[in-house]
Design a protein around this ligand. Structure first.
Ligand code: ADP
Ligand code: ADP
Length: 217
């Protein structure tokens, strides 16, 4: 079977990570999150992590060339052979074009782009209550609480809040999204790949809607 690549699109806090994780499990694909990859580099204090940190702390995007090189390296690992659910990439038109060139090398293309729509006021509330796990699982203090406060259900690790989930940084990230990432909505709509999903529904309902879009895509 040809590899299948799915691009999750939506503003910060829309639920891309939550849904990408579930989708990857359901379809037996890998979940590739550029945010997670940058945070992993940051934790390991690599030069890439140190560079990325300057942008992430301010809620700005890491430069395209750096981001694309990191994704290219990730795609080269054998677990990407069957395809991937991409979360947080592409985030600019230049990244979208770079993705197409990368996938063309595998004789592949983006299959569908679920676009998770959520109004700004809800985004701020979601991000301020977001609890992260190093496993890539995402919790919310109110909407998706772990069984035990601040503890990952599966591996028992300590949950944390992201530095860039402070309300001032969140507002700037939403602006950056509107300026630099929102043009991808029309980009993918013009290609007939966009599937608009109501992201204000409960997590399971959003998931069902995304699964439908993948079957139809
Ligand atoms: P993104 O990757 O788009 O930034 P996340 O998946 O990290 O978004 O979700 C942001 C926060 O909102 C998390 O705390 C998550 O648990 C919560 N969340 C995700 N989807 C929903 C939903 N449908 N309803 C309520 N809360 C949600
Ligand atoms: P969210 O889940 O809230 O949308 P991410 O975890 O995807 O946030 O990204 C966190 C930060 O990592 C971004 O604010 C940005 O600084 C950086 N980042 C992640 N993906 C990209 C990308 N594709 N291009 C540039 N910067 C990125």
């Amino acid at each position: 079977m040809a590899p299948m690549y799915i691009v999750m699109l939506g503003p910060p806090g829309a639920g891309k990570g939550t849904q990408a994780k579930k989708l990857a499990e359901a379809l037996n694909l890998v979940h590739v999150s550029t945010g997670d990859l940058f945070r992993e580099n940051l934790k390991n204090e690599t030069p890439l992590g140190q560079l990325a940190q300057q942008y992430m702390n301010k809620g700005e995007l890491v430069p395209d060339d750096v981001t694309v090189a990191m994704v290219e390296e990730r795609f080269a690992r054998p677990d990407c052979e069957k395809g991937a659910v991409l979360d947080g990439f592409p985030r600019t038109p230049a990244q979208a074009e770079a993705l197409e060139s990368l996938l063309a090398k595998f004789d592949s293309d983006v299959k569908v782009v679920p676009f998770i729509k959520v109004p700004d006021d809800i985004l701020v509330e979601r991000l301020s209550g977001r609890w992260m796990s190093n496993s890539g699982r995402v919790y919310h203090e109110k909407y998706n609480p772990p069984l035990v406060k601040w503890i990952d259900d599966i591996d028992g690790s300590q949950l944390y809040q992201r530095d860039d989930d402070r309300p001032d940084t969140v507002r700037h990230r939403i602006e950056v999204y509107n300026e630099q990432t929102a043009p991808l909505i029309n980009y993918y709509r013009d290609k007939g790949l966009l599937a608009e999903i109501d992201g204000t529904q409960p997590i399971e309902d959003v998931f069902q809607a995304i699964m439908e879009s993948v079957k139809e895509g």
